[in-house]
Design a protein around this ligand. Structure first.
Ligand SMILES: [Ca+2]
Length: 127
């Protein structure tokens, strides 16, 4: 019985984690279009985490996102979380910080090419 309870809680925990990641990627511009800095053919699901698949410790972008109440706004947009000289907004295609997660009409302000990881310094990638 105890094993069944542990297994069920584990599955619920995995579901909760996955559900959170899917929600968070919709809260940042191009959240589902960020590629793995080590493999440009692979998009990642854990933009805010050290593990590109999500879960575990957060990278600096994830920490900044959390400390900004998980809201994309000009504050988070103008930060340079990975300290590579490129703002989070420029890395995620919201150069002028006009995108609003809850307003699809602001998608017109996004660019969809040249998206880079806001939590990984592109000049010092460790693959
Ligand atoms: Ca940056």
């Amino acid at each position: 019985m105890e094993k069944l309870l542990c297994y069920t809680l584990f599955l619920l925990g995995v579901f909760y984690e996955l559900n959170c990641f899917q929600t968070y990627v919709t809260l940042i511009p191009n959240g589902s279009n960020v590629t793995d800095p080590c493999n440009a053919d692979k998009t990642i699901s854990g933009v805010g985490h050290l593990n590109s698949n999500g879960g575990g410790d957060r990278n600096q972008f994830g920490l900044d996102f959390a400390s900004n109440d998980r809201v994309w706004n000009s504050t988070l947009c103008n930060m340079d979380s990975d300290n590579d000289g490129i703002t989070n907004g420029a890395e995620l295609g919201d150069v002028n910080c006009l995108w609003v997660a809850s307003d699809a009409t602001t998608d017109q302000y996004l660019t969809y090419t040249g998206i880079t990881h806001p939590g990984v310094d592109q000049n010092n990638v460790q693959c």
